[in-house]
Design a binder for this molecule. Structure first.
Ligand code: FES
Ligand code: FES
Length: 888
């Protein structure tokens, strides 16, 4: 132990610490300061823990406290408060640089260090100074903008008051600061691991080291006697079904007789400290009887293959789609291309690990089990927990969330915390490492796709066939829904008269697939949009023109047979044309020089569905005694800006000032169910329901001739109203034989253009710029719209070029190849606003749009640059180099 004196945020402290105590733990655990976050496993990879020590930004997880005697430490809490924020915090809020906000405190502290040294940095200097700070949401562009704006504030060139939109001005089409942005900028938003839980036990989970095996025995005897251990639990200690069910009840919380995937949870150890829990977990012996491991759908579908689940065959679902006669049309077409494409398992890579807490509130049989985590559908997950644990009285509270990108449509650590809290009757904190978080969470499904695409002599598409196999991994999660989403959007932006598709979903012993930004369409669109470029070349037509002439026309049907009246895609082709011409010209000039560097331009498009068949939302609004409005609805906001959307729509329609619009969105006891904050649906479905609720409130006010709470009460009218939007069509799968039926009520359209530079010696690809022309209907909050588009572009480029999750090997942000300031690129957004007939105030949704066509745009740009086409994502330098060698 050593005595250390230190000033933190101006206050003197004295600590007596162990030699291995790091500053991050001291700040978070001893001083209960939660501004500094932990994403990576204290490896210096994420920068979320950045604070300033003696005037210099440092990663606090790497700083031994014993080396900091007499140091001055400033954390984000010491910089400013929501009432008195620092100019840098103001700049981050006003630039729209805060989405989930998990990276924000670290970014702000790194910015402070930079601007203290250099108040007028250029983009390169900003990138260098923030190179250790990761962000998954923004694509870094708005963060660079925020640093520049902070510099302008500090240099006195402008002020927050001059930049901030007038709160009394227009509410729609204006980027008012998000309601949650400032508390995130000041480190005061409570993420799951920040919640202070008195006397909480820490838990560690014993996970399978086998990919597929029967469990012969579990020996917990040694662990139970270890210091600090309160107890160990296994599946037999869970009173309910022990199964998490979204579609099939196939996923145990704790493994029963067998494990089906490396990392399956087998036992939970509860102890006084995390260290004790982890040591005891290591002492538990599990005896396995290994089974054949099915590593691919092909192995799993082979005759005689062992069945992974006794209740369901390995080929657990298939869905055809037939429109017209594709085979005949192909035989009669002037040009046909065919190819096989594949995509990788990928991780959604939210910065926040899978932390959750759980505790019993109240006593005895009436106690309520409270679970806090970052679920994006708290009511469904509450119901899952009730059934799995056999305990009815459950409340789920959504903490602030460090991103999720679809991942939290599935439950993971919540079930562990909740099971432990019930069993041990003590508050539980489960803060898994990043490595464990990666193991336990769902992934983007890998696809293999055989494609044919055909056109007539005029370049008009005649037919599309696709046979695709999806590796579902060990558990169903939302697998069938992934197939439906692909089929609903299969023909993308185009009018294709003949379509024939077959999708097969297969259990393997790989990690379970789940929702991941776009959830299905990014994979099939990679195949379709690659084939579009191949076919454009074959018919001798420019790729942009080829796409435009093949646009679906209003009144024509998509692959499901559903007809759309609005389809503003051709206008987007026109909108991007000048940029496309400029980029092509620049690439031609660049390529006229000799040398290994070649530039290329590529396109990708999609028409992403919003408001699935039968989708329903419900929102309640209540007029408050002070004539403000409270909105009650479980709308998760893991970073998209749903808080802005609800607040601005409500203020716009009711005339109530934004500061008097209150949101009750985060717990199951006080909200209506709204479904997942996924599928880009919240603006359309929750916003649409909110419009209907406020219309009812206004009608009641008009009838009562009043604008006030008192007036409504006096007139005997209710003060609370419910609005419910239902998307057209019936809920449920497509026709099982033809794949025909309703699709999404609305579409968001985009055409994406990537400019890349390929080093033909090394195969390295640098993305220079991605431009998207998008039409998402009426824009409510331009910064939030752009933020979603930027984030999707950045993740799309990662999906195209770098990112791949290899189970058991991808263990941190370096092995994952997380996007950094260094890999960031220029982004541009061209917005067109065609009001959608059924959208709230004419809006649709946009959260996943640019994730979908970015990968094919990049792959097409690589082909345009150097003449090699990559069919198997990610397009690593090794693959490109090998393809170039074959070409020579
Ligand atoms: S927790 Fe310190 S760099 Fe990641
Ligand atoms: S805003 Fe940066 S990780 Fe979410």
């Amino acid at each position: 132990m050593k005595k250390v004196m230190m000033k933190v945020n101006g206050r003197p402290y004295q600590f007596i610490v162990e030699p291995d105590r790091v500053l991050l733990d001291l700040l978070r655990e001893d001083l209960r300061l939660t501004g500094a976050k932990q994403s990576c496993d204290r490896k210096g990879q994420c920068g979320a823990c950045t604070v300033i020590v003696n005037g210099k930004a440092v990663r606090s997880c790497l700083q031994k406290v014993t080396n900091l005697d007499r140091a001055e430490v400033i954390t984000v809490e010491g910089l400013g408060t929501p009432d008195n924020p620092h100019l840098i915090q103001e700049a981050y809020v006003l630039s729209g640089a805060i989405q989930c906000g998990y990276c924000t405190p670290g970014m702000i502290m790194a910015t402070k260090d930079l601007l203290d040294r250099n108040p007028n940095p250029d983009a390169a200097e900003i990138k260098k100074a923030l190179e250790h700070n990761l962000c998954r949401c923004t694509g870094y562009k708005t963060i660079i903008d925020a640093v520049k704006l902070a510099g302008r504030f500090i240099r006195g060139e402008t002020s927050p008051d001059k930049v901030r939109p007038d709160p009394n001005g227009s509410k729609i089409g204006v980027s008012h600061p998000r309601p949650s942005a400032m508390i995130k900028a000041c480190g005061m938003a409570e993420f799951s691991a920040d919640i202070k839980l008195q006397d909480a036990l820490e838990v560690a989970v014993v996970r399978s080291v086998e990919h597929h095996a029967r469990i012969k025995s579990i020996d917990t005897s040694k662990a139970e006697k270890m210091p600090g251990v309160i107890g160990v639990m296994t599946a037999k200690d869970i009173k309910g079904s022990n199964r998490i069910k979204i579609i099939f009840p196939d996923q145990p919380i704790l493994a029963e007789e067998k494990v089906r995937c490396l990392g399956d949870a087998i036992a939970i150890v509860a102890a006084r400290t995390k260290k004790q829990a982890l040591s005891a977990a290591e002492a538990i012996r599990v005896d396995y009887d290994p089974l054949l491991v099915l590593k691919s759908p092909q192995e799993a579908m082979a005759a005689g293959a062992i069945q992974i689940h006794s209740e369901w065959p390995n080929l657990c679902f298939s869905q055809p789609q037939i429109k017209g006669d594709a085979e005949k049309a192909i035989a009669e077409s002037a040009a046909v291309v065919q190819a096989e494409f594949s995509t990788q398992i990928n991780h959604q890579a939210p910065l926040e690990p899978e932390a959750t807490i759980a505790y019993l509130e109240g006593e005895g049989e009436d106690a309520q089990l409270v679970v806090a985590g970052r679920s994006i559908e708290i009511h469904v997950h509450m119901a899952n927990l009730q059934e799995a644990l056999g305990y009815e009285n459950v409340r789920y509270e959504e903490a602030y969330s460090g991103g999720q990108f679809g991942q939290k449509a599935a439950m993971s650590s919540e079930a562990i915390s909740a099971a432990a809290a019930l069993h041990f009757k003590r508050p539980i904190r489960y803060i898994p490492s990043l490595t464990e978080s990666m193991v336990m969470s769902t992934k983007r499904h890998p696809f293999t796709m055989k494609v044919k695409l055909a056109a007539d002599a005029n370049g008009k598409l005649t037919a599309f066939t696709i046979d695709y196999i999806i590796d579902n991994g060990a558990y169903m999660v939302i697998g069938i829904y992934i197939i439906m989403r692909c089929m609903w959007m299969l023909s993308g932006s185009y009018g294709i008269p003949n379509v024939k598709a077959l999708a097969r979903l297969v259990y393997t012993n790989n990690p379970a697939g789940g929702a991941a930004r776009g959830a299905g369409p990014p994979q099939v669109t990679f195949a379709l949009e690659s084939a579009m470029d191949m076919l454009a070349e074959k018919v001798g037509m420019d790729p942009l023109k080829f796409r435009k002439i093949n646009s679906l026309q209003p009144g024509q049907s998509v692959s499901t047979g559903m007809v759309y009246d609005q389809w503003p895609f051709p206008e987007l082709c026109d909108a991007i044309k000048p940029t496309y011409d400029r980029a092509q010209k620049e690439a031609t000039t660049f390529n006229s020089k000799n040398g290994p560097m070649r530039r290329g331009v590529g396109l990708g498009t999609h028409a992403f569905g919003i408001g699935g068949p039968g989708d329903t939302g419900r929102v309640a609004v209540e007029l408050d005694p002070d004539n403000g409005i409270t909105i009650f609805v479980a709308v998760a906001d893991p970073g998209e800006g749903n808080d802005s959307m609800l607040t601005q729509i409500a203020s716009h329609l009711s005339g109530v000032p934004m500061k008097k619009v209150r949101l009750v969105t985060r717990d199951t006891d006080h909200t209506t169910e709204m479904g997942p904050a996924a599928a880009s649906r919240m603006t359309y479905m929750a916003g649409g329901s909110l419009v209907l609720a406020i219309e009812q409130l206004r009608k009641a006010m008009d009838e009562a001739g009043t604008k006030t709470y008192e007036g409504l009460k006096k007139a005997g009218k209710p003060t609370r109203y419910m609005g419910s939007k239902k998307a057209q069509g019936k809920e449920g799968p497509l026709d099982p034989v033809t794949g025909q039926g309703p699709s999404f009520e609305s579409r968001v359209h985009a055409i994406q253009m990537a400019e890349v530079e390929v080093n033909t010696d090394t195969g390295d690809v640098r993305v220079i710029k991605v431009t998207t022309a998008v039409d998402a209907g009426k824009v409510i909050h331009p910064q939030n719209l752009e933020g979603q588009l930027h984030g999707g572009m950045d993740q799309g480029v990662g999906f195209a070029l770098r990112e791949e999750y290899i189970h058991g090997q991808t263990k941190d942000w370096v092995t994952f190849k997380f996007p950094t300031m260094k890999t960031s690129f220029d982004m541009d957004v061209i917005v067109r606003e065609t009001p959608r007939e059924k959208g709230p105030l004419g809006a649709t949704g946009v959260g996943e749009m640019t994730m979908v066509p970015t990968a094919p745009a990049v792959i097409n740009a690589i082909y345009n640059a150097c003449g090699v086409r990559i069919y198997d994502l990610p397009a690593t330098p090794e693959k490109i180099k090998a393809a170039l060698a074959t070409k020579k």
